[in-house]
Design a protein around this ligand. Structure first.
Ligand code: RP5
Length: 178
């Protein structure tokens, strides 16, 4: 078999349809904010099963370390990808459709023993958390990324403290006005 050239991407994101892209995009934005290299593909477990299998089985040879697989409805993509690789697979269930994403959440998370897929939440937190989880996996061997993750946590904590200060100020003002 011909040797595949390394893509240079640490994280591979795959989605079942280009209709998933508006949701998946914030996973890309989050990876970019951490300076993590990535590749993005549309491959369907149902409509292009051979391509989905090829994408997954060649990912490690391309140099990929973590895969994020996004799909809606009967969301088999993350599971199929996990079946074709030993890389960690993060499932991103897509909200929408007749069951509003509950189907994709269950299809993504309910994997049989031996083929794990960790699933993130439905909704806007999902793609962000999928990307951060991928960064956390990479950070195990990269002190620079660990530092960035700590900075990210400190920034979130500072935002909460600012919010607390604001609410306390409003409460004081309300008490004075009473
Ligand atoms: C899934 O089916 C895709 O991941 C997408 O979320 C859903 C609907 O796909 P389209 O009909 O919009 O292409 O495979």
């Amino acid at each position: 078999m011909a040797k595949r050239r390394k893509s240079g991407a640490d994280v591979a994101i795959v989605m079942g349809s280009d209709s998933d892209w508006p949701i998946v995009q914030s996973a890309v934005d989050t990876l970019v904010s951490f300076g993590v290299s990535h590749e993005v593909r549309v491959c369907s477990a149902h409509r292009t099963p051979d391509e989905a299998a090829r994408f997954a089985s060649t990912a490690e040879r391309r140099g990929v370390k973590v895969i994020i697989a996004a799909a809606g409805g009967a969301a088999h993509l993350a599971g199929v990808v996990a079946g074709h690789t030993t890389l960690p697979v993060i499932g991103l269930p897509i909200t929408g459709g007749a069951l509003n994403g509950v189907d994709s959440l269950l299809a993504t998370v309910q994997m049989p023993a031996g083929i794990p897929v960790v699933s993130v939440t439905l909704g806007s937190a999902g793609p962000v958390n999928a990307a951060i989880f991928a960064v956390q996996i990479l950070a195990g061997s990269r002190p620079g990324l660990k530092k960035e993750l700590k900075k990210h946590k400190s920034a979130m904590a500072a935002k909460v403290r600012r919010g607390d200060k604001r609410v306390q100020g409003e409460l004081r003002k309300m008490a004075q006005d009473r």
